[in-house]
Design a protein around this ligand. Structure first.
Ligand code: HEC
Ligand code: HEC
Length: 450
């Protein structure tokens, strides 16, 4: 119905245009009744559509902008607490809790402690990384995605494989991962006690810090499996776990403030300055023949699903194989720091997510979370191991119908696109219009306590 109405308006507009060009000389543009009616008709499609977009494309554009408000984080009572965010920023830049490096790198020499912070790997314009894979205590098997806008992944889970149901659960794992901080929860708790005691107690006053100076109760380092940890009193272990969970909650509060949501695309859809025509055509391709919208749909430009694009495991320090989603699903429900665990502020609110995690079937092999296409122009390299160096490589990859699927089965919707050079450029021009305004510069400062 709508389309027919629009077609009719377009035909009317075209005929009136023909008249306007054909009759220009004689007619007074602001003159007689006929010219006035014709001009109004000509405006009709413009009022309903954006630029060169069709009615259907315009409707899609309006589904994809603006970004919705940030999703809640009901299992973290501090998620939107400004004092927690201020403390979280300090924690994001804190390196003292890092264990010894396991290799020489730009971070320092093998054996040196205190050299890794969140910002070591999340340091570019989206608080992601320009390296193909993360460089921490040693190489991480995957690329570091951005903290910017990450809160909007809540319904899918966090990381490429969706290993974490809640954002605050991630730091505990990252601290203790050999490849990242190579540290332990006890070591983290001691740094909080030594350097952040007053600020921590001001935010998390319900559970003030225990006396971590007592090294008989609280050894300097240790995590489950280590003698130092396993010999502790259960109540003291619990107290340390809570500190590390709260560090995660403060870090989440900070990261929720890292947003780049207002882009030229959003301003155009809202009635502001139009995108250049190449970018407009790029949008038509994105939602049309290039079919990107099949997976990169909605205002966050992702359907939050897990898919296999058949990407080869290539690039410096990239492991030979990666099971992706398959390897992650089994670990989510049993993580003591998840949204239904002892440190959750609302286990009932965390339950539906856990119930929705897929069973571990072969179909999940080689699948990774569909990331947002927002801010793509400032977040190279792309994909879970940073395999694609720039937007051109990315568009070429899709044009060829995806990769050779080294693990699992490639998504059946990926087919060669047969894009012309012009069309590739148009897609890139559109992706470039998805760059959001920068975050508040105050949020990029290293505020860690000395
Ligand atoms: C060694 C580099 C490195 C360090 C240090 C590091 N990260 Fe990451 N981060 C990564 C990588 C790699 C991933 C993706 C992991 C995966 O998919 O398995 C990631 C994923 C994430 C994500 C998930 C984003 C998303 O799109 O779902 C968040 C949030 C995050 N990191 C925050 C942090 C915080 C907070 C710290 C500090 C406590 C930290 N990272 C330290 C490399 C790092
Ligand atoms: C079948 C679903 C699907 C389709 C269709 C699809 N993508 Fe993707 N896209 C993904 C997945 C999944 C990833 C991450 C893959 C990985 O790391 O293994 C991704 C990654 C990306 C990224 C990288 C984001 C980052 O942070 O690294 C961009 C940009 C992107 N796609 C744009 C596009 C464009 C443009 C098209 C159309 C030409 C398209 N996608 C079509 C599923 C899809």
């Amino acid at each position: 119905m709508m389309l027919q109405g629009w077609r009719w308006a377009l035909l009317t507009a075209l005929s009136s245009c023909a008249c306007l060009t054909g009759c220009e000389e004689g007619a007074d543009p602001k003159g007689g009744d006929d010219a006035g009616v014709g001009a109004d008709m000509a405006l009709a499609p413009d009022a309903d559509t954006l630029g060169i977009l069709s009615v259907q494309e315009t409707a899609l554009a309006r589904e994809m902008s603006p970004m919705p408000p940030i999703p809640g984080s009901p299992t973290n009572d501090y998620a939107d607490d400004p004092a927690a965010a201020t403390l979280g920023q300090k924690f994001y830049f804190e390196a003292d809790w890092a264990g010894p490096l396991q290799m020489d790198s730009r971070l320092g020499q093998e054996g040196e402690p205190g050299k890794v912070s969140c910002f070591s790997c999340h340091d570019d314009q989206t608080f992601g990384s320009a390296d193909n894979v993360g460089i921490g205590s040693r190489f991480h098997p995957r690329h570091a995605p951005g903290s910017v806008n990450a809160a909007w992944y809540a319904d899918a889970g966090f990381t490429w494989r969706g290993r974490f149901d809640v954002m605050w659960a991630l730091p505990r794992a990252v601290f203790e991962a050999g490849a990242i901080f190579n540290s332990s929860r006890l070591r983290v708790a001691h740094v909080v006690f030594d350097q952040y005691r007053a600020e921590y107690d001001a935010v998390f006053g319900d559970h003030p810090l225990p006396d971590l100076a007592d090294e008989a109760r609280f050894p300097a380092t240790g995590k489950p499996g280590d003698e130092s940890w396993d010999g502790m009193a259960p109540a003291d272990q619990e107290a340390v776990n809570r500190i590390v969970a709260n560090v995660g909650k403060a870090l989440e509060a900070y990261q929720r403030r890292l947003q780049r949501t207002e882009s030229p695309f959003d301003r155009w859809v809202a009635g502001g300055e139009p995108l250049n025509e190449a970018a407009q055509r790029g949008f038509s391709l994105f939602v049309g023949s290039a079919n990107c919208v099949l997976c990169h749909s909605g205002p966050f430009f992702t359907d939050l699903s897990y898919r296999n694009l058949g990407l080869a495991q290539t690039g410096p320090n990239v492991p030979e194989a990666d099971g992706g989603r398959f390897d992650a699903v089994g670990a989510i429900a049993g993580d003591p720091f998840n949204g239904i665990g002892a440190y959750s502020d609302d286990p009932a609110a965390g339950q539906p997510f856990i119930d929705g995690v897929e069973a571990q079937t072969d179909a999940l092999m080689g699948r990774f979370r569909v990331p947002t296409a927002r801010n793509a122009a400032i977040s190279a390299p792309y994909m879970h191991a940073g395999q694609l160096v720039d937007l051109r490589a990315l568009v070429e990859f899709y044009d060829e119908g995806g990769g050779p699927a080294p693990t699992g089965v490639i998504d059946p919707s990926l087919v060669p696109l047969g894009l012309s050079e012009t069309e590739k450029n148009e897609l890139i021009a559109f992706l470039m219009a998805l760059t959001g305004d920068p975050v508040d510069p105050a949020l990029t400062q290293n505020t860690a306590n000395p």
